[in-house]
Ligand binder design. Structure first.
Ligand SMILES: Cc1ncc(COP(=O)(O)O)c(C=O)c1O
Length: 376
């Protein structure tokens, strides 16, 4: 029977791709990217997705989302430049890094990228000086409980400070546009969104009472994916609750956007690795792969991520160790994988690895990064 890998590729397709392009190989599925953004829109119909480019800025990915008329959340001048090269109109961008360099603000202003988030009065002063007249969105601190990546310690102002900051923005000649939050990446609790929506709705009401009508709510990212075959579909379970609260709390004329990264790109990519070394250490099989923690598997560190390692070989399994190719002892991928005995040149593949993987891979030991191919 033909073995189908969950992202839609067959095992023989993967083997064929590696034969043609070599390994390590990062495979992007364009059709899966397109279906992910359509799924996002159908799960949250009132919310416009602005893809968080930082999750994976590869141009093949950006091109698909541009074709699907997505908006984009950008964090730097580099990301703005890439999108401009692809012809993305500036009104489809939000500069959602709360800490912006003054020269990058100038660049944004010259290029008419004028919607941006902030969470402190110092940032407001900077925006007013280098990007005058911008539309500003105050990012509030919200509960991140149960999210794999915590984002509320470093970012977000106390909700009680939101209105005074928006009033200050108005005084500085900026246009107070709305409120944003981020519930933490890979958020597994719908309650985080529900609480954040409640807090945001109170700020919207107070702003109206203070003659400061806001037009935009940005519900950030955090929408979770499954990394293992046995995991449930968290996002589709949470979506009805988020929709209900949006409809209950947020007036119909308010535009709602989100900044999904992981949920759009994670499930659309597969990494294929090859066993390049094997040994028995302390009575246990060790397999050395051609990519590791310093490369595409950097998400093990930076994204606190765990992956499912799949092999094509069958047979009795035993606990084994997978390690990366560099000379550093830190470069161990997993000490506890149940695997059949592998041989040199065998392939190991990882699905759902599109987000926060390639984006922070390095060339440590002067090893080349994984080659990227996009398939339909
Ligand atoms: C400001 C901002 N927006 C959006 C995202 C994307 O979040 P996620 O990948 O969880 O959807 C991040 C991730 O760190 C972020 O910092």
């Amino acid at each position: 029977m033909k073995k189908i890998i969950p992202n839609g590729l067959s095992a023989s397709q993967l083997t064929g791709l590696v034969k043609k392009h070599g390994s390590p190989l990062f495979v992007i599925s364009r059709s899966k990217l397109a279906s992910n953004i359509r799924r996002f829109r159908s799960l949250l119909p009132r919310v416009e997705p602005f893809y968080a480019v930082k999750a994976n800025p590869h141009p093949e990915i950006l091109k698909v989302f541009h074709k699907e008329k997505s908006g984009f959340d950008i964090a730097s001048q580099g990301e703005m430049e890439t999108l401009r090269t692809l012809g993305v109109p500036t009104e489809r961008m939000i500069f959602a890094n709360t800490v912006k360099k003054s020269d990058v603000l100038k660049f944004a202003c010259v290029n008419k990228i004028n919607l941006m988030t902030f969470d402190s009065e110092y940032e407001l002063d900077k925006i007013a000086e280098y990007a005058p007249g911008s539309r500003v969105v105050v990012r509030i601190k919200v509960t991140n409980v149960g999210s794999v990546v915590e984002l509320s310690v470093k970012f977000g102002t106390e909700p009680a400070d939101a209105i005074p900051l928006l009033i200050k923005a108005h005084r500085l000649g900026l246009k107070p546009a709305g409120v944003s939050f981020h519930v933490g990446s890979q958020c597994l609790q719908a309650e985080n969104y529900i609480e954040a929506l409640e807090v945001a709705s109170i700020i919207f009401r107070d702003a109206r009472l203070k003659q400061l009508p806001l037009e935009l709510l940005d519900i950030g990212g955090g929408f979770p994916i499954s990394h293992y075959n046995h995991e449930k579909d968290y996002f589709s379970e949470m979506a009805p609750m988020i929709n209900r609260e949006i409809n209950r709390l947020i007036e119909p004329h308010i535009r709602i956007i989100a900044e999904p990264g992981r949920s759009l790109v994670g499930p659309a990519c597969t990494l294929v690795l090859r066993v390049i070394g094997k040994s028995i250490r302390a009575n246990k099989h060790w397999y050395y792969l051609d990519d590791g923690i310093y490369g595409t598997l950097s998400g093990l560190l930076f994204d606190h991520c765990k992956y499912q390692y799949n092999v094509l070989r069958k047979g009795r399994t035993q606990i084994s160790t997978l390690a990366g190719p560099t000379c550093d002892g830190l470069d161990v991928i997993s000490f506890t994988e149940e695997l059949p005995e592998l041989e040199l040149n065998d392939l190991v593949y990882i699905n759902n690895i599109g987000a926060y993987s390639l984006a922070h891979a390095t060339n440590f030991n002067s090893l080349p990064k994984a080659k990227v191919v996009a398939v339909d």
